[in-house]
Design a protein around this ligand. Structure first.
Ligand SMILES: *Cc1c(COP(=O)(O)O)cnc(C)c1O
Length: 360
């Protein structure tokens, strides 16, 4: 097999090796059909059971109650910024947002093209290093729903606990999906682009409370959750390859112990990195420990030149994707479910060496 590197990319990102190997094995001839999965009709006797099984596993692993509909939708998380607003917003109502950073702002800017929005809380004064509790949030009487970003992939902050709201709660869980349980009673729509923890890019896993599946004559039919719910996520040709890999990843997750296993694993991996960073007099992370992300660990060296030197040298040593997002700079290690402890250890070893060589 060709050499695999340590891939810390924020998404698309590393996938479980066993799932990729199985896909490779089945690539030309899926289940003795004489065709690749990519060449098979989405309405065939071969694909449909795989599709059904994937929907069922997506619910089972995250303990999704029956009052939620699971949807596999094309377009990723950004399309959900649009769909949540199209489906929920009404005249005279607003979409409330917790402004936690980059992705929350993107979600809000899409909703603002569809209707009115309001800010229920903003982390701007705290440099987007903190998140609110239920008491910090102010929602007007006109709010139709509250949107939050479970984990800010770029800022490296994560809600330790979702706030409670008296309006439906909509959650973008893209970058910590399936790394912790979802408090379903408190949530109404939970969605995530698959390319962080679940599958290749191009598909979103979406859970919608069934009471919110409503027709709306003024909206494009394709953008209504009800349309996709009524056709079991087979309204049009779905991204069949993504669903196939998602199926493999979900089975892999289940075989290891599901969400409890990955929650513990995410805590262990992130803790190891944060402990190392906090002990170091070279690296730093300025986020209060309560809000630090367990999937995207951001850090800085003493200056921006060294940050650049760090990821460039790391790249040469087989540690890839450590450059921070272009809007914030710095460094970032994304350590999603498929990231092994061995890779975290390799990163820490490189960090030690780099610090020694570059200390003033
Ligand atoms: C990556 C990401 C997105 C964007 O996902 P796309 O699938 O590229 O649209 C949205 N929200 C969060 C929190 C993300 O991490």
């Amino acid at each position: 097999m060709s050499k695999r590197i340590h891939n810390f990319c924020a998404g698309p990102c590393t996938l479980p090796l066993s799932v990729l190997e199985n896909a490779q094995k089945e690539l030309l001839d899926f289940q003795n059909s004489g065709m690749s999965l990519m060449e098979i009709s989405h309405r065939s006797k071969i694909f449909e059971p795989l599709h059904e099984e994937t929907l069922a596993l997506a619910c089972e692993i995250l303990a999704v109650p029956d009052d939620f509909q699971c949807l596999l939708l094309p377009g990723g998380a950004s399309q959900q910024f649009v769909m949540t607003a199209i489906n929920l917003l009404e005249d005279g109502k607003t979409a409330a947002f917790i402004d936690s950073g980059h992705w929350a702002q993107k979600a809000q800017s899409e909703a603002a093209r569809i209707g009115e929005t309001e800010i229920a809380w903003s982390g701007k004064d705290k440099n987007y290093r903190e998140l609110p509790t239920s008491n910090d949030i102010k929602i007007s009487d006109r709010a139709r729903y509250l949107h939050i970003t479970s984990n800010e992939t770029i800022g490296g902050i994560q809600f330790p606990k979702y706030p409670e709201a008296r309006v439906p709660l909509v959650i973008d869980a893209s970058s910590d999906f399936y790394t912790r349980p979802i408090p379903w009673d408190a949530c109404d729509i939970v969605y995530g682009g698959a390319q962080k923890n679940l599958a290749p890019a191009g598909i979103a896993v979406v859970f919608v409370r069934k009471t919110l599946l409503q027709d709306k004559k003024t909206a494009p039919k394709f953008l209504l959750y009800k349309t996709h719910a009524d056709s079991n996520s087979l309204y049009n040709t779905p991204p069949t390859w993504q669903i196939y890999i998602l199926n493999g990843v979900l089975k892999w997750m289940k075989s290891l112990g599901g969400v409890p296993y990955f929650q513990k694993f995410a805590a262990e991996k992130s803790q190891k990195l944060y402990e190392f960073i906090d002990k170091s007099d070279f690296y730093r992370n300025e986020i209060p420990s309560a809000f630090r992300s367990k999937t995207n660990v951001v850090f800085l060296t003493p200056n921006a030149e060294l940050d650049t030197k760090f990821w460039q040298e790391a790249e040469k040593e087989g540690l890839s994707g450590l450059k921070g997002h272009r809007v914030v700079g710095g460094l970032r290690a994304s350590i999603y479910n498929a990231m092994q402890m061995e890779s975290v250890d390799a990163l820490i070893k490189f960090m030690e060496k780099f610090a020694q060589e570059n200390k003033a």
